[in-house]
Write a protein that binds this ligand. Structure first.
Ligand code: MG
Length: 253
């Protein structure tokens, strides 16, 4: 389906889904500490999302068995919450979650430290987030979509990170994953022309080592060399000015 700008009404629904999702991430963050299980974090997120009148979009998505993905250390994305998985001091944990409000989606991910972490893991977390913000500086009507990808790629490459290539950002709206795919690498000046009202999920996934990944089960993606990985994602809206970050509290640049 061709990408189309959303109506003001649709944007309002996505804004609401995004706000609840942003708050959900803050809620979950408050529970992250050594000794907590990844299943407990899933429960916190699900209860928060449902209590606030939204649906957790991940639950049952293509058979996914939980409301959020919780990916620890070398796990890049799609970690399945488990009562057997206990977070420990020095881990990093990526939380990826999605909400639906009245048929409209938001999708966002954060990577958090568990207690005290190494300087290089902290740098990875901070730079993955910074890569997102570098990318969306290019998310302006009249630019090309892959200008965002190129900016993320440059930022990550300049700092020596592995850029995961098989997983991408995406269009988002009535479905969580809509066309087009948005890789975190591409030549500048390519991809569709951005217009006000378009909505996308932009999501750099970086590692401290290789860009290569493998699957350890039907879902969980890990870095092939087991180096730590981080993920940062928001749902954004193209406007006539700066982009609006729908899944971030206080979401303007
Ligand atoms: Mg996504």
């Amino acid at each position: 389906m061709p990408v189309r700008p959303r109506s003001a009404e649709e944007i309002e629904l996505m804004r609401h889904a995004g706000r609840i999702l942003a708050e959900c991430h803050e809620e979950v963050r408050g529970f992250i500490r050594p000794g907590v299980t990844t299943l407990e974090l899933d429960k916190v997120a699900r209860e928060f999302i449902e209590r606030n009148g939204c649906t957790p979009s991940f639950l049952g998505y293509e058979g996914f068995p939980a409301s959020i993905c919780v990916s620890v250390n070398e796990e890049v994305v799609h970690g399945i919450p488990s009562e057997k998985r206990i977070l420990k001091e020095g881990d990093i944990v990526s939380i990826d979650a999605g909400t639906i409000y009245k048929g409209y989606n938001s999708d966002a991910a954060r990577t958090w430290p568990v207690g005290e972490i190494s300087a290089e893991k902290k740098r990875l977390i901070d730079d993955t987030k910074a890569a997102f913000f570098e990318g969306i500086k290019m998310a302006v009507a009249g630019n090309h979509l892959y200008d965002i990808s190129a900016a993320i790629e440059k930022y990550a490459k300049d700092r020596g990170y592995g850029i995961v290539k098989e997983l991408t950002g995406h269009g988002i709206g009535q479905d969580m994953h809509e066309d087009p795919m948005i890789p975190n690498y591409k030549p500048i000046g390519t991809g569709l022309l951005l217009r006000a009202g378009m909505t996308f999920a932009i999501e750099p996934m970086l590692t401290l080592g290789t860009a290569r990944i493998r699957w350890t089960d039907d879902w969980t993606v890990v870095s092939a060399d087991k180096s730590p990985a981080a993920h940062y994602e928001n749902t954004i809206l193209i406007t006539d000015g700066e982009p609006e970050i729908l899944s971030l509290i206080g979401g303007c640049l």
